[in-house]
Each structure stands twice: as structure tokens, then as C-alpha cells.
Design a binder for this molecule. Structure first.
Ligand code: RP5
Length: 160
């Protein structure tokens, strides 16, 4: 079984600096989740085992972060019908444009919901996962509404 309805996977432990923002956001909403390093090219068997068993283990949404030739989200999506949300990690050489285009340009038939490059994408992936889960969880829907109201309330009217 899983630690919760959301699985966060990333291509390298170096991606955690970005993906921890997805984890922090899920924690803020009280959503249990698991976190794993799963590389599409360095640990292909681990990816196969993870994605092909995700649904039967009880996951509802997968958030996948990867950088460079970022095939992890697309490969995960090819092996599960669960929604897969892709987070392009900001790469050194190309500032994450490589990651973004690798993740967003999925050919028709196997979708990956692609978020922004880096921290914003990681946070939004968690919020989108929460919104997906909230369609069948009224308590979570209320928490998400409250989170957004708090965000609205925190915006100052003018810069200090
Ligand atoms: C990708 O290669 C990972 O997702 C990471 O963003 C990138 C670099 O990985 P490391 O060389 O830091 O392990 O697979």
C-alpha cells in the first residue's frame, strides 16, 4: 500500500530541492503522500515497477519532476491511467527549457499535465493534485477553498 493518495517521484535526489515544495504544499493541505527517486534512464526497472503498480497500490495522482531530457513523467504516464502531473526541473545548461519541452510535448494519446518550470510548478502540481482529489472529497475541497482565501487575504494593497 501507499503512504497516501499522491505519489511524488523525481529523476534524481538533486530534484528534491524543487520537489520539496510540492511536498510542503501537500503537507499544508493535510494530504498524505509518498516520495521516491525514480529515474527513467538510470533505474528503468524501478520506474516500471512503480508506475505499473501505482493504481493497485492506491495512488490517485502522480507528480513527476525531472530535468534535462525529462522523460520520467511521460514514461510514467505510459504505464498508468492515473493522472500524471509533470514538473520541469530548472536545468543548469538550458534553464529548464529542455525539461519543459520534453514534458509538455507529449504526442496525442498519453497526456501529462505540465506545470511551470521549478518551484512554481512544484507548488502548483500539489495544488492541482489537491483539486483533483477534492472532486470526490468535500473536506479537502473546503480546505482548498480556505487555503485560497488565506492566500487572497495575504496580498497587500500596495508595496511597503
Ligand atoms: C534528470 O537529470 C533528473 O531529473 C535531474 O533533474 C537531472 C540531473 O540529475 P543528476 O545528475 O543531478 O543526478 O534525470
Amino acid at each position: 500500500m501507499t503512504a497516501g493518495p499522491v505519489g511524488i517521484i523525481m529523476g534524481s535526489s538533486s530534484d528534491w530541492e524543487t520537489m520539496r515544495h510540492a511536498s510542503d504544499t501537500l503537507n499544508a493541505l493535510g494530504i498524505k503522500h509518498e516520495k521516491k527517486v525514480v529515474s527513467a534512464h538510470r533505474t528503468p526497472q524501478r520506474l516500471y515497477d512503480y508506475a505499473s503498480s501505482a493504481k493497485e497500490r492506491g495512488l490517485k495522482v502522480i507528480i513527476a519532476g525531472a530535468g534535462g531530457a525529462a522523460h520520467l513523467p511521460g514514461m510514467a504516464a505510459s504505464m498508468t491511467s492515473l493522472p500524471v502531473l509533470g514538473v520541469p526541473i530548472e536545468s543548469q545548461a538550458l534553464k529548464g527549457m529542455d525539461s519543459l519541452l520534453s514534458i509538455v510535448q507529449m504526442p496525442a494519446g498519453v497526456p501529462v499535465g505540465t506545470l511551470a518550470i521549478g518551484k512554481a510548478g512544484a507548488i502548483n502540481a500539489a495544488l492541482l493534485a489537491a483539486a483533483i482529489l477534492a472532486t470526490s472529497d468535500d473536506a479537502l475541497a473546503a480546505k482548498l477553498e480556505a487555503w485560497r482565501e488565506q492566500q487572497t487575504g495575504s496580498v497587500v494593497e500596495a508595496p511597503e
